[in-house]
Design a protein around this ligand. Structure first.
Ligand code: PLP
Length: 438
C-alpha cells in the first residue's frame, strides 16, 4: 500500500493519461501487458534512449526490461536511428524488393548457419509462418512444444501439461479449434517423453527455445539437445529453434554456438534494433521443399506473409542493426556485465538469507524463488509468485529501476554501465529489506 501510494504521488501525469486512455483503448493501454507492473495505473513513457527511459513525469529509470528484449541493443541505437532517419523521406512500403533486404539475407546467412531467410513483422508471425511452411513441406499436421513455452501469441503453442495430461490453456481467448488435435506437449529435458510423442507420428516439427526463457529460465541438461536432435531426426521431424530471446547469448545465437543443427530458426524483437520486424531462416533442403510445396499448391493467394513484410523501413533498420549494432564488441560488453550483475544479485540475495537462485544466459539474468534452477516447465510453474514479483517490480520502479514485468528477468544492453548495475543492486537491497521485515 505504501509503495502504491508513493508511486501515485510521484506520477500525476501518468495517472491523468491512464484515465484519459481508459475509455478509448481496450484495457486502457496499447497492449494489456502494459498493466502488468504492479502499479496502480499504467506508467506512461515520454522517451527512451540507450539504457534509460524517461516517463511523462520526468523520472529517468535505468531500464533492465529493454522492451522485453525488443531493445536488447539499447533504445534507438545510433546506427539504426541514422538508417531510419535516412529512410524517413524515401518511402516505407512499396511491395518492391530493396538492396537492404538482399544485404540482410547475406548477413543472416553468415551469422546463423542457415542459408535461406524470409521476413515477418513479429516473432509471433515468424513462428506462425515457419510452422505453416513446415506443415506444407512435410505433409504432417502436428507440432510438438515443451510445457511452459511461449513463442508469441501463435495459438498452436498454448497447450500445457496439467498433472501430466495435455490441456488447452484456459486463458486462450477466442480460440475455436481444438489444439489438442494438432499440438503435442512434453516436458523440457524429458528425452523419453519426446521420443514417445514423436513415435506416435504425424509431427511436422518441434518448436522450441534452446533455453526456455518464458516461464522463468529452464536450462537444458547437459547432452539434452545432442540426444534430442538424434531423436527428432530419427522420426523425420524438423527442428525449429526460436532464438528471439537467446540471440542475447552471442552474435550467432545459442543453437549455432552449441552445435544444435536446427532446420529452421526464428529471430524477432531485437533483430531490427527495436524497429518492428522479424525473420525466419531455413536449411537449403527445407527451402527447396518449401518452394516445391508452394509451386505444387493450387493457384491463388496461398502465400505466407503480409503486405508490410519486408517494408523498407524495417529492412533499413535491420541492415544497420546487423552490420553496425550487433557487433562482437557489443556482445562482449553485455556478456561481461551480465556476469557481474549475476554475481551482485547472488551476493545481495544471500545477504538477505533468501533461498533464491540466479540464472544467467547471455545478457539475460533472472532470480528465481527456489534454491536451484527448475528443470522443466512444471517445476518452473510451481515456484512462480506473481504477488511477490509485483512487490519487487513496484519497489524497484519507485527507486528508479525497471526490470521485466514477467518473472524477475533482467537484460543488459551495450549502454548499460556498472553504475546502472550498482543502482539496481542498491534498489533491490532496499526492497528486499522491506519484504523480509514484513
Ligand atoms: N518467441 C519467443 C521466445 C518470445 O519470448 C516471444 C515474446 O516474448 C515471441 C516469440 C513473440 O514475440 P512478439 O511478441 O514480438 O511477436
Amino acid at each position: 500500500t505504501q509503495e502504491r501510494a508513493r508511486f501515485t504521488n510521484a506520477h500525476p501525469r501518468s495517472a491523468a493519461l491512464a484515465a484519459r486512455a481508459r475509455d478509448h483503448l481496450l484495457f486502457g493501454v496499447p497492449l494489456h501487458w502494459m498493466n502488468d507492473w504492479g502499479t496502480p495505473f499504467a506508467l506512461h513513457v515520454d522517451h527512451a534512449s540507450g539504457a534509460q527511459v524517461t516517463d511523462v513525469d520526468g523520472h529517468t529509470l535505468v531500464d533492465f526490461c529493454l522492451g522485453d528484449t525488443g531493445a536488447m541493443f539499447g533504445h534507438s541505437p545510433a546506427p539504426v536511428a541514422d538508417a531510419v532517419t535516412r529512410q524517413a523521406t524515401r518511402g516505407y512500403t512499396t511491395m518492391l524488393a530493396t538492396e537492404d533486404a538482399a544485404v540482410v539475407g547475406e548477413q543472416l546467412a553468415q551469422r546463423f548457419g542457415l542459408p535461406v531467410w524470409q521476413f515477418a513483422m513479429s516473432a509471433t508471425d515468424a513462428n506462425r509462418y515457419i510452422v505453416r511452411w513446415l506443415r506444407a513441406a512435410t505433409g504432417r499436421k502436428k507440432i510438438l512444444v515443451f510445457n511452459g513455452c511461449y513463442h508469441g501469441t501463435i495459438e498452436d503453442v498454448f497447450v500445457d501439461l496439467v498433472d501430466g495430461r495435455p490441456v488447452q490453456r484456459d486463458s486462450l481467448l477466442g480460440q475455436v479449434h481444438n489444439l489438442l488435435d494438432t499440438t503435442v506437449v512434453v516436458e523440457f529435458n524429458d528425452l523419453a517423453a519426446l521420443d514417445a510423442a514423436l513415435a506416435a507420428g504425424d509431427v511436422a516439427c518441434v518448436l522450441a527455445e534452446p533455453v526456455m526463457t518464458n516461464i522463468g529460465m529452464v536450462l537444458p541438461e547437459p547432452g539434452f539437445w545432442a540426444e534430442a536432435q538424434k531423436i527428432i531426426r530419427r522420426h523425420g521431424t524438423l527442428l525449429v529453434m526460436d532464438e528471439t530471446h537467446t540471440i542475447s547469448t552471442g552474435p550467432g545465437g545459442y543453437a549455432h554456438a552449441h552445435g544444435i543443427a536446427a532446420d529452421a530458426l526464428v529471430l524477432g524483437k531485437p533483430v531490427g534494433g527495436g524497429v518492428p520486424c522479424a525473420v525466419y531462416g531455413m536449411s537449403a533442403e527445407l527451402a527447396a521443399r518449401a518452394e516445391r510445396a508452394k509451386r505444387e499448391a493450387p493457384p491463388g493467394h496461398s502465400g505466407i506473409g503480409t503486405t508490410l513484410t519486408g517494408n523498407m523501413l524495417a529492412m533499413a533498420a535491420m541492415r544497420a542493426a546487423l552490420t553496425e549494432v550487433m557487433t562482437p564488441a557489443a556482445y562482449g560488453h553485455m556478456l561481461a556485465l551480465a556476469q557481474r550483475l549475476a554475481a551482485g544479485l547472488r551476493e545481495v540475495i544471500a545477504r538477505h538469507g533468501l533461498p533464491w537462485c540466479v540464472t544467467q544466459v547471455g545478457a539475460r539474468i533472472e532470480f528465481q524463488f527456489c534454491p536451484t534452477p527448475p528443470g522443466n516447465g512444471s517445476e518452473a510453474d510451481r515456484i512462480l509468485d506473481g504477488e511477490l514479483e509485483h512487490l519487487i517490480h513496484l519497489g524497484l520502479l519507485n527507486r528508479g529501476v525497471m526490470i521485466t514485468p514477467f518473472h524477475n528477468m533482467m537484460l543488459v544492453c551495450p549502454q548499460t554501465t556498472d553504475e546502472h548495475v550498482a543502482q539496481l543492486i542498491g534498489a533491490l537491497d532496499e526492497v528486499l529489506t522491506q519484504i523480509t521485515q514484513k
